[in-house]
Design a protein around this ligand. Structure first.
Ligand code: HEC
Length: 195
């Protein structure tokens, strides 16, 4: 009687252990590489966006901005960034690095932005951090804004003689489960980790 009771208790405990093991360890093992791949995709997206935005800002400044009364490319792009944010793609902020912005809105506003501007002004071209906002995972990345042409001084007197003037700060949601690949990737990831 006792023996069989103990046997069933043991059986229950070990079954629970196994279940717990698969429930907790399985998803954990799978989550990390999935997030790692999402981070790599997000980094690539930052590079692509950064290249497009900066190339366009420079081209517009070069060809369309002649006087300080003209619409600055930076100001026009803030409207573009606002639209991208509204549509749920990503967030981009134009950050001041010299402490005297034309618009106070461009002053670094949180810990990430303050650290990013510190790193960029100290010579780093890129700074990033993973963040959880309202339970969702994000890549936050900042890229250097160099003083690319004299024309910038038309409106920014304080840029004279500077090499770096600010940063673009990106916040991109991590796409941990791209619908088409989620099913395919789950198995190989688990096998890799199990070895
Ligand atoms: C025609 C005037 C004008 C020119 C030329 C111009 N900017 Fe600006 N810039 C502005 C204005 C106005 C703002 C503030 C825009 C806002 O926040 O609405 C700004 C904002 C900025 C900021 C954020 C800090 C701040 O001062 O608010 C940076 C960094 C910046 N510009 C870099 C550049 C660079 C680099 C160039 C040259 C490629 C450039 N700007 C050319 C007018 C100009």
């Amino acid at each position: 009687m006792h023996k069989s009771l103990w046997a069933s208790v043991l059986l229950l405990v070990s079954a629970a252990g196994v279940t717990l093991g698969t429930l907790t360890l399985g998803p954990l093992w799978a989550a990390e590489p999935a997030e790692q791949r999402a981070v790599e995709r997000a980094r690539r997206e930052v590079k692509l966006l950064d290249d497009i935005y900066k190339t366009a800002i420079v081209l517009i400044t070069k060809h369309y901005v002649e006087e300080s009364s003209d619409l600055p490319a930076g100001e026009a792009f803030k409207v573009l960034f606002e639209n991208m944010k509204k549509k749920g793609w990503h967030e981009v902020r134009l950050l001041d690095g010299l402490g005297e912005p034309l618009n106070d809105e461009n002053t670094p506003q949180d810990d990430f932005e303050r650290e990013a501007i510190k790193q960029v002004m100290a010579g780093k071209a890129y700074y990033e951090k993973l963040d959880t906002i309202d339970g969702k995972r994000y890549l936050r990345a900042a890229t250097v804004l160099p003083m690319v042409m004299e024309k910038c001084e038309l409106c920014h007197d304080n840029f004279k003689g500077k090499k770096v003037v600010g940063a673009l700060a990106y916040t991109l949601p991590l796409q941990t489960n791209p619908p088409s690949k989620a099913a395919k990737s789950a198995k190989p990831v688990a096998q890799k980790q199990g070895k």
